[in-house]
Design a protein around this ligand. Structure first.
Ligand code: APR
Ligand code: PHB
Length: 392
């Protein structure tokens, strides 16, 4: 006999956990299957900037207590190019809306704690290997736990298994949009207080650099690097001197400290449509990814989970599949808005080496200067940066 639940959720990242939490608040039962251990998912370092509506959702749904205490609200950001730093006041451009620095793994920890405290089921080290009957009313998910093949039957399956997951493969005849960037990001976490209270996005001849943070004692920094680079090629000394070359300006120098994490991330834009097949719904990175510039990935994953939770609640309340049927159509406008912003923000600050590189450079500077001189242009950037409430 297989186990049964209402919604089988594959993946305990932000998408799967928020979905399970919101369903629970509506009295809908779910089981999360996660291939990694709890320790691994709670420690994995990812991006860490939340849009206003993401913060509002976490707080309103009762998982924002620690966030409200520990997160860092940012009312502005800095652009840097041609050796000058310019502060952009987000709070003046988008009244009442800001961004919040809080690591993805902290969001994940809070959600796991809330689900377990409410008696929710999260199976760690349970890897999904296949799915059946997605086009019928009783889908079946097969997974391996402790070496044993098990199965769970559900009314619906949520594929929240990230970019390398298995769920996307179950969607028949998809349309895929993809762009791979010719550079990567080297990201570090250092035990040193942030050198500036806010983020610094630096466009430099040597390549892009970003100063961000996790806590008042932990700085997070990123450097554009060649895609072929390996972390072993980047000694601590080389990292600090390259960061200084790109970030320092007269009268301001980056502070250093022990590096406690180092990693290289490839940069890709990717959308897989439709985001559903029968009773399987994809949410988060399993359906789309954005380059990390602008930190939209986690926000988009949580936005999908919210749409899916609402559609599933409507199904259980009324028996109607109307909302579920238009799940993809309801998610895509926000997905494509974030795709555009992330691509634009990436092309604005990175160094390109193709035939158009010199032309591109002039466009970058022109665009940055235009924003500094035009409030409408800056407001358009700011409302996308803090996250739009409604996207049509
Ligand atoms: N079975 C069970 N779990 C799986 C399987 C599988 N076959 N394949 C992958 N997973 C798990 C992964 O171990 C991971 O914990 O699915 C989870 C997916 O989580 P995320 O990758 O965090 O994806 P998502 O919830 O969509 O969140 C997107 O993560 O990559 C960042 O920048 C991205 O911030 C964005 C966020
Ligand atoms: C981060 O803090 O990891 C971060 C913040 C802003 C970005 C990208 C990453 O644009």
């Amino acid at each position: 006999m297989s186990e049964r639940t209402q919604v089988a959720i594959i993946g305990a990242g932000p998408a799967g956990l928020v979905l399970s939490h919101l369903l629970h608040l509506q009295g809908i039962e779910s089981v999360i299957l996660e291939s990694r251990s709890r320790d691994y998912v709670e420690k994995r370092i990812r991006a860490g900037m939340l849009e206003q509506r993401t913060v509002d959702l976490l707080v309103a749904s009762g998982v924002g207590e620690r966030l409200k205490r520990e997160a860092m609200v940012h009312t502005g950001l800095n652009f840097q190019f041609q050796g000058e730093r310019h502060r952009i006041p987000l709070d003046e451009l988008t009244p009442g809306r800001n961004v919040t620095i809080y690591g993805q793994q902290e969001v994940v920890k809070d959600l796991i704690a809330a689900r377990l405290a409410a008696g929710g089921a999260i199976r760690f080290e349970a890897a999904v290997e296949g799915m059946e009957r997605l086009d019928g009313s009783r889908p079946l998910v097969r997974y391996r736990e402790n070496g044993t093949l098990k199965e769970i039957e559900a009314d619906h399956v949520a594929g929240c298994d990230g970019f390398h997951g298995v769920c996307r493969g179950a969607v028949a005849n998809p349309t895929v949009y993809e762009k791979v960037y010719p550079f990567a990001w080297l990201g570090i976490l250092a035990q040193v207080a942030p050198s500036c209270e806010e983020l610094i996005y630096a466009r430099h001849e040597r390549g892009f650099a970003l100063h961000t943070m996790r806590t008042p004692k932990l700085t997070r920094l990123y450097l554009q690097c060649p895609v072929e680079d390996r972390v072993e090629q980047w000694s601590d000394d080389r990292i600090w001197s390259e960061l200084r070359a790109r970030l320092d300006i007269p009268g301001w120098s980056l502070k250093d400290g022990p590096i406690i994490d180092k990693g290289i991330t490839e940069m890709r834009s990717f959308v897989h449509q439709p985001m559903q097949q029968g009773r399987l719904y994809l949410a988060g990175d399993s359906a789309h990814i954005v380059p990390p510039t602008g930190a939209k990935g986690m926000n988009l994953a949580i936005a999908d989970a919210r749409v899916l939770a609402e559609a599933l609640s409507a199904f259980y309340r009324s028996g109607s599949s109307e909302h579920l049927a238009r799940y993809t159509a309801d998610c895509l406008p926000r997905v494509w808005r974030a795709q555009h912003f992330s691509w634009w923000w990436t092309t604005l600050f990175h160094r390109f080496e193709d035939a158009d590189a010199r032309f591109q450079e002039q466009l970058q500077v022109s665009q940055l200067r235009y924003m500094l001189s035009s409030r409408p242009a800056l407001t358009s950037m700011a409302e996308n940066y803090v996250g739009l409430d409604r996207v049509v």
